[in-house]
Design a protein around this ligand. Sequence first.
Ligand SMILES: *[C@@H]1O[C@H](CO)[C@@H](O)[C@H](O)[C@H]1NC(C)=O
Ligand SMILES: *[C@@H]1O[C@H](CO)[C@@H](O)[C@H](O)[C@H]1NC(C)=O
Ligand SMILES: *[C@@H]1O[C@H](CO)[C@@H](O)[C@H](O)[C@H]1NC(C)=O
Ligand SMILES: *[C@@H]1O[C@H](CO)[C@@H](O)[C@H](O)[C@H]1NC(C)=O
Length: 512
Amino acid sequence: MLPPIFTAILLLQITNAVKTSEFTIREATIDDIQAAFKHNKLTSKELVQFYINEIHKLNPIYKAVIEVNPDAIHQAEIADQQRKEKSPNSRFRLHGIPVLVKDNIATRDKLNTTAGSYALLKSVVPRDAGVVRKLRESGAVILGKASLSEWANFRSSIVPPPNGWNARAKKPVNPYVATLDPCGSSTGSAISVATNMVTVSLGTETDGSILCPSSNNSVVGIKPTVGLTSRAGVIPISPRQDTVGPICRTVTDAVYVLEAIVGFDKNDAVATRKASKYIPKGGYLKHLKSGGLKGKRLGIMRAYPSFGFANDTETLNKFEKHFDILRQNGAILIENLEIINFNSIISMFNGEDIALVAEFKLALNAYLKELVASPVRSLADVIAFNEKYAGLEKIKDYPQDLFLAAENTNGIGKLEKEALMNLTKASKYGFEKLMKDNKLDALVTPYSDGSSVLAIGGYPGISVPAGYDKDGGPYGICFGGLKGSEPTLIEIAYGFEQATNYRKPPAIKNQV
Ligand SMILES: *[C@@H]1O[C@H](CO)[C@@H](O)[C@H](O)[C@H]1NC(C)=O
Ligand SMILES: *[C@@H]1O[C@H](CO)[C@@H](O)[C@H](O)[C@H]1NC(C)=O
Ligand SMILES: *[C@@H]1O[C@H](CO)[C@@H](O)[C@H](O)[C@H]1NC(C)=O
Ligand SMILES: *[C@@H]1O[C@H](CO)[C@@H](O)[C@H](O)[C@H]1NC(C)=O
């Protein structure tokens, strides 16, 4: 039995909860939440408490969250206090807004940063990742770490674990259709947002890891131009392809998060300095405008795989209505485009695997070396750890052939240089040529099929919900563009979203 004083407090809290229930947190956008803060209908602390309760209730089913930040409530209280005092940072859009970051993004706090692997549990990072520092500066509350495909899916290609699986959080579940692949590797980031366990999240992408889970969980994912967002403090695969981006329920929320995390970071200086020139004067928000599709030239390649719809009648039938919507909203669809020497160009994509294993070893070793403390200090240590703790890591079921292949590389040698040259050529004579020759604003691809085209050249893409199959499985449409084309892609994605509003929340109650 609780002493009477506690019962009184409990009652008070219940009364408060009833009072705030006039504001519905589920599916609330950042604008909705900021308005509720402003009109004293909601506090950041109540919001965080709501999500923590939801995580306790839903996460045993969905496995989307790997750790909750023990300091989240305290951070929310600080945000509430700052709002009361009208402190300057309380006018930021992300002020008091809870964010989950993928577990390969470092936070220098009580949270672990492990890429889902026990090998990195209790490792101590030197500092917050560049993007986390920017989130904190904008007043966001770090709610915790989102689950992911272990090592961002760079452990095995022969027997890859199920998408989203990691040794610590186990296998996540698609909230729309439990038997459907939730895709990876930013699986938890997508599922947690889709199921309203958090307002917004961050994912990372090397090839498909933001676009694919966004598509398969009916949320919006922005894969920024490589270098537009800092990768410092992110457990790497390849600095040439890795990028950090938002996963959210709406394009607007995703753009608010993007706006907060872009820009120069001295710990990822070369890439972020170079890409800073792409940040538009006055920021990204003005590109959330009505009529954004008007006059946009969109490439639709019906025939080609990777660049389009691969002559796939079923997918084409599904997307004809989307093409109509784009046309009705003023876009100019350029169809039946050709890629000269397509077969030779697509064969050069094979260089990706050769380049990635070599880059992974160099980048991971550099990350591990920089840790303040860690059970593992090199890729070789990680491999040894996985062997030693095979039971823990389920190594018998999920081998580490990519790790072994990476460990066998020796820097960027002759083979790697040739592979990298091929990738540059494939981009130059493939995607770049296609976009420039036809003056395209974006290439439209189904699902995350275009991810490799965008990955190998460091190009941006946005995935927007595009509907549901007969079985209820969600799917997305992807708009990809040249480096720095985020403002245009945002106008297109926002235009499509406003014209369709496909996203609907999963029917959680039926599954619980
Ligand atoms: C980080 O990992 C350690 C070791 O397992 C654990 O005790 C601690 O609770 C973890 N931190 C959080 C915030 O879960
Ligand atoms: C994603 O969802 C589609 C159905 O919409 C499914 O066919 C596919 O297997 C899922 N996973 C991936 C990796 O695309
Ligand atoms: C797509 O289908 C058309 C018509 O059947 C065919 O001519 C073309 O070669 C196919 N393209 C590819 C890339 O498979
Ligand atoms: C580069 O591309 C050429 C032509 O497609 C191919 O023959 C060669 O094997 C590729 N090299 C690498 C390292 O991928």
